[in-house]
Design a protein around this ligand. Structure first.
Ligand code: FAD
Length: 410
């Protein structure tokens, strides 16, 4: 199917597919079973040039486009979701925020860590502040040339393995005046279990994505030098909005992981439909399954097109993907992927339910993508707010429109 990829993009796609088949696929089941972060895969990804490839060449990256990153992520996700998420978060997560708004020193720090195999962590969610992220209570108090951070985050991807942390906190000046929400870069020290004041206190027992720790972090008087504030152009007051706009790249990446899992599951199901025989013929000859396969392919192609469009929208005057395209692509791709994977599992009958095959792992892994990185419901409010031209109280993406803001009182 020609989806308008250039020869270079096709070449990168083929290279990633070969790498995923050779290096990643054979490790996927063990990564899930052992629940260990796959440092061997990180090393292989770094050697193959898949980490930090969207960063500028001047910083050691390859100036790759987000579309190119999406092509790589899809191929990894077909084989192993954890690997795909590592590629997302070394190319399109917190790293894009730093690359967009960071100082030269911050960019160099982030680039050095990522190229050495670090998957930066982004720390927003708190026990009482999930979708309503601006209800966060973690605070950063200015003390001379540094900030002192106190608070708790949870469900932080990579907590315990990541070195670079982008921590969101309410900012207070020396007089205790609140300035807004800011992003702070903190590095967990290489030879310590925790940086002083950055404590990994718990790991979640997750349904899927088991090779990737999701952790609770507690900041106890964590000191961050003032020059480690990632300051967006509009300053602290609207800073959270700008920082969240940067998060659109992560949404495209996450949607792509979901789509890639679905693509992998469909490949398996298609092959099985050709080879498994019942009633004296391949099960693919039954129209009931043919229509399932056709619907799965249609949903997959629609997801892929939306994600490609969202990825391509970065660049034309913007450092980030278009928020509307990114939100719609993530909603559609994540929901479609759950259905596609369930149908693929169904086509396998009982063996789809067995741990001997990757379908049950895919079904567990894919379930996350309507939740993390903005739930499908909250992303719908973002889309609706832009359609209506209103800033709805439940959208925190920083959308500013000339029409009056409507708050809960209206
Ligand atoms: C695997 C995984 C990895 C994650 N990684 C990170 C990470 O690295 N960093 C980080 O900061 N966070 C991370 N998160 C947290 C994630 O961003 C939050 O789970 C998400 O924002 C939702 O918050 P919540 O879980 O508290 O749900 P809640 O906000 O409590 O929502 C509960 C339900 O209510 C719905 N809901 C809430 N508000 C509305 C509304 N206004 N309209 C309609 N429905 C609404 C939600 O859609 C959901 O169905 C991760 C989560 C998961 C599962």
């Amino acid at each position: 199917m020609d989806l308008g990829l250039s020869p270079d993009e096709r070449e990168l796609q083929a290279y990633s597919r070969a790498f995923a088949d050779r290096v990643v696929r054979p490790r996927a089941a063990a990564i899930d079973r052992d629940e260990q972060y796959p440092w061997d895969i990180v090393k292989a990804l770094a050697e193959a040039g898949f980490l930090g490839m969207t960063m500028p060449k001047a910083l050691g990256g390859q100036d790759r486009s987000f579309l190119e990153a999406v092509l790589v992520i899809e191929e990894m996700a077909k084989a192993c979701t954890v690997t795909a998420r590592i590629v997302v978060e070394t190319n399109m997560g917190a790293i894009s925020t730093v690359m967009a708004y960071g100082t030269d020193a911050q960019k160099q720090l982030a680039a050095r860590l990522v190229l050495a195999g670090d998957k930066p962590a982004i720390c927003i969610t708190e026990p009482e502040a999930g979708s309503d992220a601006t209800a966060m209570t973690t605070r950063a108090d200015r003390r001379g040339d540094r900030y002192v951070i106190n608070g708790k985050k949870h469900w932080i991807t990579g907590g315990g393995v990541s070195k670079l942390h982008l921590i969101f906190a309410r900012v207070f000046d020396e007089k205790g005046q609140e300035l807004g929400i800011g992003g702070f870069l903190a590095v967990r020290q290489e030879n310590e279990k925790a940086a002083k004041g950055l404590n990994v206190t718990r790991r979640e027992n997750t349904m899927g994505l088991r090779g990737m720790p999701e952790s609770e972090l507690v900041f106890e008087n964590l000191e961050v030098p003032a020059d480690m504030v990632v300051m967006p152009p509009s300053g602290f007051r609207r800073g959270f909005a700008d920082l969240m706009t940067a998060y659109n790249s992560q949404r495209v990446g996450a949607g792509t992981v979901a789509m890639g899992i679905a693509a992998g599951a469909l490949e398996h199901a298609l092959e099985y439909a050709k080879t498994r025989a019942q009633f004296g013929r391949p099960i693919g000859e039954f129209q009931g399954l043919q229509w399932m396969l056709a619907d799965m392919q249609t949903q997959l192609t629609a997801s892929r097109l939306m994600l490609y469009a969202a990825a391509r929208s970065r660049g034309a005057g913007s450092a980030f993907p278009d928020p509307m395209l990114a939100a719609q692509a993530k909603i559609f791709a994540s929901e479609a992927a759950i259905k596609i994977v369930q149908d693929a599992l169904q086509i396998f009958g009982a063996s789809g339910y067995s741990r001997e095959l990757p379908l049950e792992r895919m079904a567990r892994d894919v379930r996350m993508f309507t939740i993390g990185g903005g739930t499908a419901q909250v992303l719908r409010t973002l889309v609706a707010s832009r359609m209506l031209g209103w800033k709805l109280p439940q959208t925190r993406d920083g959308y500013a429109h000339k029409t009056p803001i409507r708050d809960a009182a209206e």
